[in-house]
Design a protein around this ligand. Structure first.
Ligand SMILES: *Cc1c(COP(=O)(O)O)cnc(C)c1O
Length: 471
């Protein structure tokens, strides 16, 4: 270490020196009243001093005198910030990106009545694994199985922690040490490094690739089937599309082939949806119900993508296969938590009793353009009083997110903002680092507020924050 740096570091006081000095500072009195608080204060002092040390090794501008002069006020402000910091790590974020299933912001939102049901289950004992009728041990899966069968038309259902776990469990149960035939066009990686070939490997199965990236035919599957084949797997390509000269084999065709050769066909539907979104402008894709109806032995999908529920992996299909999944020891390691189960039951009940507008994800996806325009122009009007900003109402596009329908652009209206001084990058971080984090998009030199994903009261908070921007 060079001498200059040594000299600078020596300016830093020791922990006990800081504490003694704080005894004369009124605002620290509350933190010196008992042992527990004192120990917390000591811990904070250590952390802040460590931070100071790191800052010094990165930045050595200014004289030693300047450093000594500014050090104490800096230490005090850092300590106060740390000690009065009652914020939780998980915090609310205003999602102004227009990405409905925003992976970084927790994907699907639950409906208010669903979250109330979850809170109720969290604070009280329940019949999670109790058969109330006879007072004996029950299964946690019964709480959603009937609902899932009813909604999908399947014979049986099972739920695990997430869809990745669902695929892992299916492969481990039916294909350990055996071969699984998959089209080369479906060997996808979905966010968070979930790769189909890796998941198969983790489940102990051997991957047999067939076809080409853009084209796979039934005869490719036929030719790949051998004595080691355990099952045929179909995977939704979720977050990407092969366009142009393409061909893939439908679930129904695979089922017919599977039946002829005595092999089950399983499908990872990825997002999976109960609704056919064509009326909202989404491409035609088989719904979960249609996939089950095609005769697929086991179909898996996520709980927190287009289903609009909690993170979960849902598997529906033939009873004989579901029973084997349940008997696998891995099920225990992948099992769904009771709060998730409550959120899932609540969400599935909404599908049974309600309409598209009761599921927040679908409500956001189906807002009429005119509603969005009105909401965006209200923000524009409120902001036009701020002389430090240029504000415009613009047409733009929102995204579904979560790897669902990646090529679909949902028309929307946005409030586009540009600072008269300073950059859009600065404005974006000003929004993100405010009292409530506001996540906006930067698009072509504008900070864009997409109203599609805003909730009640969000607009007002955005306007309030932007009133504080003075360039
Ligand atoms: C999203 C997705 C998964 C992973 O689902 P999680 O619920 O996030 O674990 C698996 N397969 C496909 C095709 C997906 O789109």
């Amino acid at each position: 270490m060079d001498q200059e740096k040594q000299r600078r570091l020596r300016v830093l006081p020791a922990v006990h020196e800081v504490i003694s000095r704080l005894k004369y500072e009124a605002e620290f009195a509350p933190f010196l009243t008992n042992e527990r608080l004192l120990s917390r204060l000591t811990q904070s002092v250590r952390q802040v001093l460590q931070k100071a040390r790191e800052n010094m090794s990165e930045n050595s501008s200014g004289s030693l005198d300047e450093l000594e002069f500014s050090l104490w006020p800096w230490l005090k402000s850092q300590l106060l910030k740390d000690l009065t910091h009652s914020e939780t790590s998980l915090r609310r974020v205003i999602n102004a990106t227009g990405v409905v299933l925003h992976t970084n912001c927790g994907r699907a939102l639950l409906a208010p009545e669903v979250s109330r049901f979850v809170a109720d289950q969290a604070e009280r004992y329940s019949n999670l694994e109790l058969d109330i009728e006879n007072g004996e041990r029950g299964s946690r899966y019964v709480h959603v199985e009937k609902l899932l069968c009813h909604l999908t038309g399947a014979e049986a259902a099972m739920v695990v922690n997430n869809n990745a776990a669902a695929v892992l469990l299916m492969m481990n149960t039916f294909a350990q040490g055996k071969e699984v035939v998959v089209s080369r066009g479906e060997l996808v990686e979905v966010g968070g490094s979930f790769r189909i070939p890796e998941v198969l490997k983790a489940g102990g199965a051997r991957l047999v690739e067939v076809g080409a990236t853009n084209k796979t035919w039934l005869r490719d599957y036929e030719a790949a089937i051998g004595p080691e084949t355990a099952l045929l797997l179909k995977v939704h390509t979720s977050n990407y599309r092969v366009e142009g000269f393409t061909h893939s084999v439908s679930g129904a065709e695979l089922v017919e082939l599977g039946e002829n050769r005595g092999l089950p066909v399983m499908e990872d539907l990825g997002s999976g949806s109960f609704y056919d979104g064509t009326s909202l402008g989404f491409p035609l894709e088989p719904t979960i119900q249609q996939t089950v109806k095609a005769g697929i032995s086991l179909v898996s999908f996520s709980g927190d993508k287009l289903l609009g529920g909690p993170q979960a992996g849902i598997i529906v299909g033939k009873k004989v296969y579901i029973e084997r999944l349940r008997a696998n020891q891995l099920t225990r390691a992948l099992r769904i938590d009771k709060l998730t189960l409550a959120a899932l039951e609540g969400t599935l009940r909404l599908y049974e009793s309600g309409g598209i507008e009761d599921i927040p994800v679908w409500r956001m996806l189906s807002y009429p353009l005119e509603t969005l325009k009105v909401a965006a122009s209200e923000i524009v009007t409120a902001l036009s009083a701020n002389p430090a900003l240029s504000v415009e109402l613009k047409e733009d596009v929102s995204q579904v997110g979560g790897g669902a329908w990646p090529t679909v652009d949902l028309p929307t209206w946005v409030c586009a903002i540009r600072p008269k001084q300073g950059s859009v990058v600065e404005l974006e971080s000003f929004l993100r680092l405010g009292p409530v984090a506001i996540l906006a998009r930067i698009h072509k030199d504008w900070v864009v507020i997409d109203v599609r994903t805003l909730l009640n009261g969000d607009s007002e908070e955005i306007v309030r924050r932007l009133e504080e921007w003075d360039g």
